[in-house]
Design a protein around this ligand. Structure first.
Ligand SMILES: C[S@@+](CC[C@H](N)C(=O)[O-])C[C@H]1O[C@@H](n2cnc3c(N)ncnc32)[C@H](O)[C@@H]1O
Length: 249
């Protein structure tokens, strides 16, 4: 298995993920978590697997100095276009994470790694590199596709054979990630290097709503309720993605 660079998936990703409520909820949760944690001063930020640059642009618009690293040219081009349209500056690097330590020397105040781990062949191997790229007093913003949410959805749909086969990976060329992460395994893998400071669920109920209710719900209401329940002890762990803010040990 190889890392899945989004060369062929760029347009579908833009439409399917950021074209509707799913992307809006994702951005709202990530931004709310960061807004309550980041210091006031301008930060040096590195976004690894930056995709179309949605979060990097939001940070640039708040005065931070951002670098976007992304291996897939169509994604990076999309990000460049969005920055140009917004009149914002950034550094753009076309590279996978495996090449970053060779190119970047000074660690960053904030490193973003959002929805990337689940597309890697060996997700745990990026963790020490993220640590090296983050300043000792810096912050890692890690969001990953939550295997627990996938198990729960399959339970709700009665897909028991799939569960017995432990068959959770998406099809080739689909936007379902190839390696959903078990949060308990990831926590053990992080343990030596990072202290997880805050944890939120991204889409803790939206994706489980019956479609007729989903269609009827207004976006502002969805955003308000998702934000209000993102750290609820019973629901946070059901988020389609989990967002962890981590401090280096
Ligand atoms: C689901 S997208 C997430 C994009 C963005 N971080 C976001 O949250 O919108 C996953 C991204 O990871 C990138 N990716 C895949 N393998 C990678 C690698 N080895 N190093 C860095 N990025 C990688 C893909 O090209 C894709 O743009």
């Amino acid at each position: 298995m190889k890392d899945r660079h989004f060369d062929a998936l760029a347009t579908r990703f833009a439409e399917k993920i950021y074209g509707g409520a799913k992307g809006a909820i994702r951005l709202a949760v990530l931004q709310a978590d960061l807004a309550e944690t980041l210091p006031e001063r301008p930060l040096r930020v590195l976004d690894i697997g930056a995709g179309l640059g949605h979060m990097a642009l939001w940070l640039a618009e708040r005065g931070h100095q951002v670098t976007l690293a992304e291996p897939a040219a169509p994604m990076l081009e999309g990000a460049r276009a969005r920055f140009a349209e917004a009149g914002q500056q950034a550094t753009f690097i076309q590279a996978p994470w495996q090449e970053l330590l060779g190119q970047l020397t000074e660690p960053y105040d904030l490193v973003l790694c959002h929805a990337v781990l689940e597309w890697l062949a060996e997700p745990e191997t990026i963790l020490p590199v993220l640590h090296q790229l983050t300043r000792r007093d810096g912050l890692l913003s890690l969001a990953f596709y939550n295997r627990d949410a996938l198990v729960y959805r399959n339970l709700l749909k009665g897909h028991f054979r799939k569960l017995r086969r432990d068959d959770m990976a998406g099809e080739k060329q689909s936007l379902t990630p190839q390696k959903p992460l078990d949060p308990r395994t990831l926590r053990v893998q992080l343990e030596d290097l990072w202290q997880v400071e805050t944890e939120s669920g991204v889409r803790v109920f939206h994706d489980y709503m019956p479609s007729e209710f989903q269609a009827r719900a207004e976006l502002p209401d969805l955003l308000e309720m998702e934000l209000a329940h993102r750290r609820h002890p019973a629901f946070a762990g059901l988020g389609r993605y989990l967002h962890w803010l981590c401090r280096p040990r």
